[in-house]
Design a protein around this ligand. Sequence first.
Ligand SMILES: C[S@@+](CC[C@H](N)C(=O)[O-])C[C@H]1O[C@@H](n2cnc3c(N)ncnc32)[C@H](O)[C@@H]1O
Length: 243
Amino acid sequence: MTLLRDEDLTAAFDHAARGYDTLVAANPGYHAQLRRSARRLGLPRGGEGLRVLDLGCGTGASTAALAGVLPGARIVSVDASAGMLARAAAKPWPARVTFVRAAAEDLAGAGVEGPFDAVFAAYLLRNVSDPDAVLTTVRDLLVPGGRLGVHEYTLGGRRADRAVWTLVCRGIVQPAATVLGDGELYRHLWRSVVEFDTASRFADRLRANGFDAVRVLPLPGWQTGITHTFVGRRPRTGNGAEG
Ligand SMILES: C[S@@+](CC[C@H](N)C(=O)[O-])C[C@H]1O[C@@H](n2cnc3c(N)ncnc32)[C@H](O)[C@@H]1O
């Protein structure tokens, strides 16, 4: 199969929305790991007065992580899939959380404007057609010194990392997703990870797109070597693309 992109990917997520939270619940630590990545943004405790963008919020798991870690922050949560977004918006949220349907490639067209103190993207960037363009947009939405947090499946580069990823996908995720009628999306999931950047390449990509203070942090449990948190910062001066 080829990778799903743009409208095809959005349609697949629309269809998968109904079973998404069930599949996620079968992954021990999914929510705790999102909260860990949200804390790794290193924002002032509580996030009072801050404005944070959750890009690719899905059914709201990453939004819940941000809302829990940053109880004082205003959060704008964006997703291209109406189905995923409807599931998210149907959950109980404090008034400081808002949802907007938008593609990461056209945030301005949907009225999503900066500045933000932080942008968080969990399991998104591997899915977009042009991650560099999205990263540049995100950098420009941040205040100088603003933080980017990326929580993503990015293999660590050891052969064992790919083997574990393949075992988990073929042995657990794909059979369960096939029962739910979402086999194609979860075959895309496997392939999108093996074809995407390794963790160190993705860190280089962040630097090349103008982020500084880039760090790559592992996550515990079976996802060690498979999922990483990346944190970076819009430089305090200049556009970050120089040097
Ligand atoms: C794997 S889900 C992750 C959802 C959530 N962040 C979480 O941690 O559970 C990826 C989400 O990204 C969204 N997405 C994929 N490509 C997108 C794009 N180009 N613009 C906006 N959202 C996109 C999908 O619709 C989907 O809801």
